[in-house]
Write a protein that binds this ligand. Structure first.
Ligand code: PRE
Ligand code: MN
Length: 366
């Protein structure tokens, strides 16, 4: 056999590389078709038994210079890359990323539209406490000309089991009756699947708290509820994890999901959490879902609420959440971070949300 020149051999390799690449691209196109079938049938991208089956068939092929270990190594690399391709495609086609997901009028909570251009104020006390408390705060909110949703917790997920746990069902009823009297839609937290029905019966919007962002059973159940959901970011959650939690609700049938940035846990103790405004800008860029910012829980203090509110709106937030109480010093939870009615009035006035008709000092004893 005459020895062929190195350059001639390399020319042959170049040709084979091109053929191999073409074959690999054709294979990848089929992998993407498989991915679409799997998505529609709710199957996992990864299928180890199928990979083993393919390897077995390949190892049974007539022998060549590559031994079984090299063949396994090469094809395992092809399978890994194919799996990555499927997963990237699955992420790209997530419902949470779909531009056409949000209806043109935004997500409606009774008469209020979230994500329709006008920022929405979510305000109210941390917890439902007394009829007088609820009535005084609701009266101040009802005076605002802009879209406002009354928030208050009936079921409280407290860190300490000896802390006030909320008025539960009585709290739901009080929230609902007060809100109806003042014409305000409501949002309140749902803690678990056991209380989901009763919360959905009494509230206009259901909040998933930061601690529950990973509660996949609750998220799936919320997918079956005909009420909009306010999903708070977990305080250790990456944006990928946050969007996957939203995806749980969306993929189980409920497309009315609003995201809420509420601060993440960092090394910085001057604020209760660290307000992640880049997350708001990114979520607005990557999803069609409305995004709001919970200033009270992100900051855990009142003195920097106005500049942070302005910053949140500047990066594109569709609304702000804040805690307001007629007597914060007597509040049964989170008193240190709740605005009193004067502070609240000053804030909404500074934001231009008080309206010309609204008095500077809302009714009720601050
Ligand atoms: C494929 C990719 C990943 C799976 O783990 C198994 C096989 C492949 O590359 O052949 C394709 C595929 O998803 C499948 O056949 O189910
Ligand atoms: Mn609170």
């Amino acid at each position: 056999m005459t020895q062929r020149s190195l350059s001639e051999l390399r020319r042959q390799i170049d040709g084979l590389n091109r053929d191999l690449l073409q074959l690999l691209q054709r294979r990848a196109e089929i992998v993407l078709e498989i991915a679409a079938v799997k998505r529609s049938e709710n199957l996992d991208s990864y299928e180890p038994s199928r990979e083993e089956e393919m390897l077995e068939a390949l190892l049974a092929a007539p022998p060549g210079p590559f031994g079984p270990e090299a063949i396994k190594e090469i094809f395992r690399a092809i399978f890994r890359s194919s799996l990555d391709l499927q997963n990237r495609e699955r992420d790209r086609t997530m419902l949470a990323r779909r531009r056409d997901l949000l209806p043109a009028g935004g997500i409606r909570v009774r008469q209020v539209a979230i994500g329709a251009g006008r920022p929405v104020l979510f305000a109210g006390p941390c917890s439902v406490e007394t009829p007088e408390q609820m009535d005084t705060i609701a009266a101040a909110l009802a005076e605002l000309p802009g879209p406002t949703i009354f928030r208050a917790g009936a079921y409280k997920p407290r860190t300490n089991p000896y802390s006030f746990q909320g008025l539960r069902e009585d709290g739901l009823r009080l929230l609902q009756s007060t809100a109806r009297r003042h014409g305000l839609p409501t949002v309140t937290e749902v803690l678990d699947t056991a209380t989901l029905d009763v919360v959905a019966e009494h509230a206009d919007m259901l909040q998933v708290g930061a601690r529950n962002m990973y509660n996949t059973e609750l998220l799936k159940a919320l997918g079956k509820v005909a009420k909009p959901v306010l999903l708070k970011r977990g305080f250790m959650a990456t944006l990928d994890e946050f969007l996957l939690s939203a995806e749980y609700i969306l993929s189980h049938g409920n497309e009315a999901v609003v995201l809420c940035e509420r601060g993440i846990r960092t090394f910085e103790p001057w604020t209760r959490n660290t307000l992640d405004l880049a997350a708001v800008a990114l979520l607005k860029k990557e999803t069609a879902l409305p995004v709001i910012v919970d200033l009270s829980h992100a900051l855990g203090r009142r003195d920097i609420m106005l500049p942070c509110a302005r910053a949140a709106l500047a990066v594109g937030a569709d609304g702000l959440m804040l805690e307001v109480h007629h007597r914060p010093e007597q509040a049964l939870s989170d008193g240190f971070q709740q605005l009193n009615l004067n502070e609240f009035a000053a804030l909404v006035t500074a934001l231009g949300w008080a309206g010309t008709a609204a008095p500077q000092q809302p009714r009720g004893k601050p």
